[in-house]
Ligand binder design. Structure first.
Ligand code: NPW
Ligand code: K
Length: 507
């Protein structure tokens, strides 16, 4: 699903009006109806009051139409219009007249207002939507502060009022803190970013019938990977396939005391459909791995200078005609010898066109001063899976906000021609073509030790099975999240562990 900018949505709106064709006020009616349908499904009538706060633009117009539609359905309504300006939109005016025939509207015109909220109230926020052009001040600010203090359920129409859809707010800005945001047609970039979580709450999309041709033909750098879109990427298994069909993966993981990382990645790899798996790790890991994962083969770090970590001088002959994918990093440790091994490994994979996943310590080894100058050795189209701190170390600089983080992410991915999965809620998968794809699955319970190792295993398995790197990254991140969601259903977010994620992988 595309994420369009405010400007693009405005054009989509105009295009729909012209080409469907539909009158602007009727499109507003359709949008409001879509909101009402969502609302009725989620909030049955009962012992509560719905308090709608309307601004003076089209978001306010939506609010007035919503009030008109909800009242006959049995909701106890109270409608407030905040008169912060003399300017109103035409659709607002039309809907004001329509509603005045049905309900008494209360006006908030100056700072001398008092609002009373009771516990069960539900507030619908239709003060400002995508037309926000500056930080909120004055009367609107006072009203929003009052609403936020109420601690009742707040539902925002299209946008939490005061939040910019595709750029950063100032840290001191006044913004509605919604529990739910019901957005029209497409999500906004702001919804994807951790910094906005407290304002957006849980977000939902309702279809308002914006013109499909326009959306299809509009270019955007941001996408939200919906379950439907991603699940289509899974290749069905054919009846006459054999283990060779699904590739042989090599996982380079673990060190003395860090064998759990290797086990998690390896188990996830096997659960994700790889034909054969070899794990390359330290000698002391052999009994651990062979006991916990008899399905995998073991390749001992054969000339390591220390038995504690992998420091193999990789040789091309060990790879050619052997492996279809290499995943490297979980628990391997960081030092100059390991980095040299990694550089050699990158060289071999590049020469033999073996796709790679680099995670955790593989990335940390490229995050030292010397390491950073060797980043160009990572083969094109490799998949890197850092969490934000690893990414910060990799690029050697911090970002001032989540928007700048996305810029750095895109820059890094385009410059190095690699795919970067920046882990977090809505993991952002940055492709070398400059696009960023946000993931839709997963939960906060996945922020637990070993969760990243599981992802490495999943993506490595997909690469070995011949999935294109960008598909492997988007699909792998999604399936990892789905497995995490299943694990949290069973154990709860607090109690789930990375091995529960592995056991819930299902392709
Ligand atoms: N997209 C679609 O297809 C559809 C969209 N629809 C709806 O339209 C909404 C967008 O409507 P909109 O453009 O009228 O913007 P909205 O946010 O209501 O207010 C703009 C007004 O507020 C003003 N203003 C701005 N910032 C301000 C501030 N800080 N403090 C005070 N004032 C401020 C601004 O004034 P100005 O910047 O010009 O001075 C202008 O007068 C969208 O979110 C959705 O709900 C649906 O109805 C149908 C389909
Ligand atoms: K709003």
């Amino acid at each position: 699903m595309k994420i369009l900018s405010v400007e693009q949505i405005r054009v989509a709106d105009a295009y729909t009006i012209q080409h469907e064709p539909i009158a602007s006020i009727d499109l507003m009616e359709r949008a409001s109806r879509a909101f009402v349908n969502w609302f009725c499904k989620n909030f049955e009538t009962g012992n509560f009051k719905v308090k709608i706060f309307c601004g003076l633009g089209d978001n306010g117009g939506d609010g007035l139409a919503i009030a008109r539609m909800l009242q006959p359905l049995g909701y106890d309504m109270e409608v407030f219009v905040v008169k912060y300006s003399d300017k109103t939109s035409e659709n607002f005016q039309i809907n004001l007249k329509r509603l005045e025939r049905q309900l008494t509207i209360k006006y908030i015109e100056n700072e001398h207002f008092t609002l009373h909220f009771s516990e069960n109230d539900v507030i619908i926020d239709a003060l400002l939507g995508s037309g926000l052009s500056r930080s909120i001040e004055g009367l609107l600010k006072s009203v929003i502060e009052n609403i936020n203090r109420s601690e009742v359920t707040i539902i925002s129409v299209d946008m939490p009022s005061g939040l910019f859809a595709d750029k950063s707010n100032n840290s001191t800005d006044t913004i509605i803190k919604a529990i739910h945001t019901v957005a029209f047609q497409l999500p906004k970039l702001a919804f994807m970013l951790p910094q906005n979580e407290e304002f957006v709450g849980e977000w939902h999309i309702v279809d308002i019938g914006l013109h499909k041709d326009f959306i299809q033909n509009t270019e955007t750098r941001y996408h939200f990977s919906t379950p439907k879109e991603v699940e289509k990427l899974i290749k069905p298994r054919k009846k006459f396939s054999h283990k060779g069909t699904f590739g042989h993966a090599l996982l380079i993981a673990g060190s003395h005391g860090m064998m759990g990382a290797a086990v998690l990645a390896a188990r996830a790899c096997m659960r994700s459909g790889v034909g054969k798996l070899t794990v390359h790790s330290v000698k002391s890991g052999l009994p651990i791995l062979q006991t916990l994962l008899p399905e995998a083969m073991y390749w001992e770090a054969w000339n390591s200078k220390s038995s504690d970590f992998i420091a193999t001088s990789f040789h091309v002959d060990d790879f050619s005609n052997h492996f279809q994918a290499v995943g490297v990093g979980p628990g391997i440790g960081v030092n100059g010898i390991i980095r040299t091994s990694l550089e050699k490994l990158c060289e071999i994979c590049r020469d033999l066109a073996i796709p790679m996943v680099l995670d955790a310590d593989a990335l940390n080894n490229f995050s030292t001063e010397k390491g950073r100058s060797a980043i160009n050795k990572i083969p094109e189209s490799s998949i890197l899976t850092p969490h934000p701190k690893e990414f910060r170390n990799l690029i050697g600089k911090s970002w001032k906000d989540d928007y700048e983080k996305l810029d750095f992410l895109r820059e890094f991915s385009v410059r190095n021609k690699v795919i970067v999965c920046l882990k977090g809620a809505n993991t952002a998968v940055a492709l070398p073509d400059g696009t960023i794809h946000f993931n839709s699955s997963g939960n906060a319970g996945m922020a637990t030790a070993g969760s990243g190792d599981v992802l490495t295993g999943i993506i490595t398995a997909l690469l070995a099975q011949g999935y294109e790197p960008k598909v492997a990254a988007i699909l792998g991140v999604y399936q990892h999240g789905v497995a995490g969601d299943r694990a949290s259903e069973r154990f709860g977010m607090t109690s789930m562990m990375a091995s529960d994620i592995v056991e819930n992988i299902r392709f």
